[in-house]
Design a protein around this ligand. Structure first.
Ligand SMILES: Cc1cc2nc3c(=O)[nH]c(=O)nc-3n(C[C@H](O)[C@H](O)[C@H](O)COP(=O)(O)OP(=O)(O)OC[C@H]3O[C@@H](n4cnc5c(N)ncnc54)[C@H](O)[C@@H]3O)c2cc1C
Length: 450
């Protein structure tokens, strides 16, 4: 279906969200062209960008299901049904994420992106590589590009333009320059991230439990590790730029080893390339971008990180971008391809939810780096899991609302705040560690939620 006057659609960016969006649109009969700044990662050996692997969860799966590639991708994902916390002394504590059959999936960003580009092309999408968007004439639906190899400039006109060009979007900048009262905020954390590696063992085996996300919570900072199909783990250190323990105070291999031996002693034993990785791999900033509006008349819209870049602590950035595609797709049905109606509805529907997941992600950083190691936190989660098991309709833990449901993020945030205030009262009860599974505690919670 391609009603109204829109026939040709341009997408800027062939990343995770732009590629998926192109498949949805091409299947509806639109003629879709993507312009991507990078070379084709399927033929050139270039990294897929930030983070080697990503956690895919329910919202992401729904986005992939809509174009029929969910089963293919599930084959290359590694289910992680819980997190394993590593203490300094090497003790391991397991915490299940949801129900027994629920998991988030560690998936290779590169493979996922390539699969989606393949499918996009099979559906008739034309992808132009090495084309950097240099500006957009919004009134005339014309995007300008510069070829990154030849430096030749060109322009492309279409009926509708999507900016899917990530956190530092050129499309968004154009909206900012053109739209009156454009709201924009960009907030960097005081922490940055660096990717490190735990290789496969000598026989190709995983050197830690593979069906879990590993966390080394250390208060002001943390390290996490997600499994890869080849038996390795991609490790990410989230660490302050400055301060006592920070990137600024680790300046040579011996300082690096000293620090890791002190705070991550069990990990350092299986990280033979630690110092090389630490000094060769880039240090990436962690930014939250919020803006509004996301659309310009019926001519342009932002989607994915270009509309809402968030920090990675809930593993939801890509999942949220895929949900943008799902929502947009259902609005195309609802308004029978009338983009005058689709675009305003799209931004109204998604903006409160992307703001909510941005806030939830920052809140989860504190939980992951600080709280997950504490017995009080684990007890609270145990109580919540018990109430959920007995009364699943009445209590769904916040993590499950975000990760294993399609409850709008804004509702999940509101529910989570309400639940947290109840749990604060519960955790303040005398001897809660002894009577956490008593009917008295259970009744107190039930009374509060009703
Ligand atoms: C360390 C880290 C870990 C993460 N982990 C997770 C996770 O576990 N789960 C999850 O769901 N999300 C995660 N994310 C977030 C996720 O990476 C992003 O939300 C997701 O990649 C957004 O997809 P996108 O297509 O909107 O943007 P991108 O993936 O950034 O793609 C944008 C594309 O546009 C291209 N481009 C940029 N500028 C231009 C231009 N001017 N002209 C043409 N093309 C351009 C880029 O080359 C790129 O291909 C993580 C992020 C980080 C940093």
């Amino acid at each position: 279906m391609a009603s109204s006057s829109v026939k040709n659609i341009t997408i800027i960016g062939a990343g995770m969200v732009g590629s998926l969006l192109s498949i949805y649109l091409a299947r509806r009969g639109y003629k879709v062209s993507i312009f991507e700044r990078r070379p084709d990662m399927r033929t050139e050996n270039i990294p897929a960008g930030r983070s080697i692997n990503l956690a895919l969860s329910d919202r992401g799966w729904r986005g992939l299901e809509g174009v029929g590639i969910e089963t293919e991708i599930r084959k290359i994902g590694i289910p992680m049904s819980g997190r394993i916390m590593h203490s300094i002394s090497g003790d391991l504590t397991y915490q299940q994420y949801g129900e027994k059959d629920q998991a988030i999936y560690a998936t290779s960003r590169g493979i996922l992106n390539c699969e989606m580009m393949n499918l996009a092309e099979k559906n008739g999408v034309k992808i132009h590589f090495n084309e950097r968007c240099a500006g957009i004439d919004l009134e005339h639906n014309t995007a300008r590009f510069e070829n990154t190899l030849t430096k030749i400039s060109s322009s492309n006109s279409s009926d509708l333009i999507f900016g899917a060009d990530g956190a530092f979007s050129a499309a968004r900048l154009q909206l900012q320059l053109t739209t009156e009262r454009f709201q924009y905020s960009q907030n960097y954390l005081e922490h940055a991230y660096k990717e490190l590696m735990i290789p496969a063992g000598p026989g190709g085996e995983f050197q830690m439990e593979k069906h879990a996300l590993h966390i080394w919570p250390r208060g002001g900072y943390m390290m996490i590790a997600l499994p890869n199909l080849d038996g390795s783990f991609t490790v990410t250190l989230f660490f302050p730029f400055e301060g006592k323990d920070s990137f600024a105070t680790i300046n040579n291999p011996s300082e690096c080893l000293q620090f890791f031996n002190r705070v991550f002693p069990d990990a350092v034993k299986i990280m033979p390339t630690l110092t090389e990785d630490f000094f060769q791999n880039p240090t990436g900033g962690l930014v939250t971008v919020k803006c509004f509006p996301w659309t310009y008349k019926d001519k342009m819209a932002l989607i994915g990180d270009s509309a809402h870049a968030i920090t990675p602590f809930y593993g939801q950035g890509m999942n949220c971008g895929f949900e943008d595609c799902t929502v947009l797709n259902s609005l195309i049905d609802q308004f029978d391809g009338d983009w005058n109606k689709i675009l305003p509805e799209y931004q109204q529907a998604r903006k409160p939810n992307s703001d909510a997941i941005a806030d939830l992600a920052v809140m989860n950083f504190i939980e992951m780096r600080d709280l997950v190691g504490s017995p009080q936190f684990l007890l609270q989660k145990k109580i919540e899991a018990r109430v959920h098991d007995k009364y699943p309709q009445k209590w769904l833990p916040l993590y499950s609302q975000v990760t294993f449901s399609s409850i709008p993020y804004a509702d999940a945030l509101a529910n989570g705040r309400r639940q947290q205030s109840i749990m604060q009262e519960v955790m303040a009860m005398p001897d809660i560690d002894k009577r956490w599974d008593s009917s008295e505690v259970e009744n107190f919670i039930l009374q509060k939620i009703s």
